[in-house]
Design a protein around this ligand. Structure first.
Ligand code: BF8
Length: 626
């Protein structure tokens, strides 16, 4: 039985009641104070890139002081928004390269997937023969770091794309150069007195996005796999009920697995568990929120406490000894909220420093001591818990996660019995799609956003898609919404159409496959590239679309840009602040198709959004005659 959004909302209501007792705030209250939102900001026609303004476009004032019109302002804001996301994902990738550089056989960071390291080294033209694996790791790490500032040429990973896609990128001049250069170039273009032509700004948005998806994010994913292991299917659980009232609860939140991996490692240390017992707890439970949760769930089966808009709930349980964060998507609200309880709010990165937190600077060299200190701090805090405030909603679902591309290919190898003899390719999946057993695939990604009923869009869209024999791959907070509802339990096959149900049974998979965190959308790029190569079709011809129904962050727009620029139609449930320019809106929803064979669809009505996706998938099937 699925957990419904109504049940989740009822649990949140109860937690907010606890919050009221201690004077806690919550996003539910803050959103009321912030609505209605500023119309100029919402439609993208407010410009404050110089100090002559801010200028706001109205019928009476159709141009800013410099003469820029609504189209230039909207496009410029869109590019800035994108660059913020590209910078963020890519800097995450850089941190992982840095961790790889610090890998040592005696730990704490080791090379767990040497095969993948060797594969990447060969791909990048590095001699591997007879080399010590750690020497190779350091050499590849330096090359990875060099991708950020390379003087000439394009991103190394672009060669993984089908030839046709690479040609489009060349032709349209959107093949990303050095990763940092694309972000700098974007900020240069949006400076006062540079570009105001929508086409130029949107083109750079695509290139900046591609430097993320096929650059920084891909480095983040690949080198995380090298360090921590390439995910394989593993069983876990999701929703707040994974927290344990008898145990010390440590919640990891953020994105960079360099931190969360170490916390998990030391929370599992018998010495630490014994210490927790000496303090009156029965053990230690680590659970996660947001993408760092996806990382450790995929590799270790660590349970997922929740997604973006559930981050305050973990503190509101009154049973969270420490919420330990690294970077991105962390509410500054967690500081004051933790102060209402006994919870320690631990920040660890110079990139994300917040008031009312304890800052323990996490560094690759000192990772082991840092992690130990944090786990110990949480254990020592157990006795400060106020039992009267403890309420953990009894709500959790089973989930099977860990579907990297490698795992998907391996899992699906057994599905088709007859025509396909070749193993280790995407051909069995192609056969399922060609025969119509599966109609197509949707990549469901992205955040929660109070503008959309949280989790509702993710869950309802997925239910309808799988009922229509469309397989779903998911990442980020979308994946967690699915897991919380029960859609990643293999039993969810019973909600599928007959074709997809059969595939789930044969391959022993859930109908919604967890592909990881948001940087792992790069895995999806590899998957579609392999599907295109193995089928002889272009990516844009595959019956595959992307969807972010509840997105909210700059990273999500950067992702949207690289997904579209890779040839995949992308459906959004929230407008990216572009409705103030019909030219920019038209370019994003139609014009892009002439450049990259794909475009955006923005539709706030969830029912319509899912129907549009199904329609698009069927159109694509018809176009290739299947
Ligand atoms: O990178 S889906 S709320 S957690 S931005 Fe953030 Fe959005 Fe969640 Fe991960 Ni992605």
């Amino acid at each position: 039985k699925l957990t419904t959004v109504e049940e989740m909302e009822a649990a949140t209501e109860k937690l907010l009641e606890t919050g009221k007792k201690v004077g806690a705030d919550g996003w539910q209250y803050r959103v009321k104070n912030q609505t209605p939102h500023c119309k100029f900001g919402e439609t993208g026609i407010c410009c404050k890139i110089c100090s002559m303004g801010p200028c706001r476009i109205t019928p009476k004032a159709p141009k800013g002081i410099c003469g820029c019109d609504a189209h230039g302002i909207v496009a410029r804001n869109y590019l800035k928004f994108t660059a913020g996301g590209s910078a963020t994902h890519s800097d995450h990738g850089r941190e992982i390269c840095n961790t790889l550089y610090h890998a040592k056989p005696e730990g704490p960071y080791k090379v767990k997937d040497p095969e993948k390291l060797i594969r990447i080294a060969k791909e990048w033209g590095v001699e591997t023969e007879g080399k010590d694996i750690y020497d190779l790791a350091h050499e590849v790490a330096i090359l990875g770091l060099s991708e950020y500032g390379k003087v000439f040429g394009h991103q190394n990973f672009l060669k993984r794309a089908p030839q046709h896609t690479q040609e489009i990128w060349e032709r349209e001049e959107i093949a990303p150069r050095a990763i940092d250069r694309e972000v700098s170039c974007s900020l240069h273009m949006t400076h006062m007195g540079c570009s105001s032509k929508p086409e130029a700004l949107i083109r750079q948005s695509l290139r900046s996005g591609l430097s993320d998806g096929w650059g920084g994010s891909m480095a983040g994913t690949e080198f995380s796999d090298v360090l921590f292991g390439t995910p394989k299917p593993v069983d876990t659980e999701a929703n707040l009920g994974v927290m344990n009232k008898d145990n010390v609860n440590i919640v990891v939140h953020g994105h960079d697995p360099s931190l969360s991996e170490m916390i998990c490692e030391y929370a599992d240390d018998p010495e630490m568990i014994a210490y927790a017992k000496s303090k009156g707890a029965k053990g230690i439970t680590v659970s996660g929120v947001c993408c760092t949760s996806n990382e450790v769930a995929m590799r270790r089966g660590i349970p997922m406490a929740g997604n973006f808009l559930q981050q305050e709930n973990v503190v509101l349980t009154g049973a969270c000894e420490a919420i330990v964060v690294d970077v991105q998507c962390i509410f500054p609200a967690l500081g004051p909220l933790s102060k209402c309880f006994h919870t320690k709010f631990v920040t660890t990165s110079p990139i994300a420093q917040m008031p009312d937190s304890e800052f323990i600077r996490f560094h690759a060299d000192t990772a082991a001591e840092n992690a130990k200190a944090i786990v110990k701090m949480a254990i020592d805090n157990f006795e400060n818990r106020n039992p009267d405030l403890v309420y953990i909603p009894d709500m959790k679902q089973k989930a099977t996660v860990g579907y990297s591309v490698e795992a998907i290919v391996k899992t699906l190898d057994g599905v088709t019995n007859s025509q396909v003899d070749e193993t280790g390719t995407t051909k069995p999946l192609i056969e399922c799609i060609t025969s119509g057993v599966i109609r197509g695939a949707v990549a469901m990604v992205g955040c929660n956003n109070p503008k959309i009923r949280p989790d509702y869009a993710h869950i309802e869209l997925m239910k309808k898609l799988i009922a229509n024999d469309i397989i779903v791959v998911a990442s980020g907070c979308s994946a967690q919404a699915a897991a919380k509802a029960g859609l990643m339990d293999k039993e969810a096959k019973n909600l599928c159409g007959a074709g997809l149900k059969r595939v789930c049974e044969l391959a022993d998979i859930p109908p919604v496959l967890h592909m990881g965190s948001c940087v792992d959308i790069s895995r999806m790029m590899i998957l579609v590239s392999e599907l295109a190569k193995d089928s002889g079709l272009n990516i844009s011809q595959l019956p595959v679309v992307g969807c972010a129904p509840e997105w909210m962050s700059e990273k999500a727009v950067s992702i949207g840009n690289y997904v579209v620029a890779t040839g995949i139609d992308t459906f959004l449930g929230v407008d990216p602040y572009v409705s103030g320019s019909d030219q920019v809106s038209k370019l994003l929803t139609e014009g892009l198709r002439d450049w990259v064979e794909a475009a955006y669809t923005v539709e706030k009505d969830i029912e319509k959004l899912v129907d549009l996706m199904i329609e698009r998938i069927e159109e694509k099937r018809t176009a290739i005659g299947i």
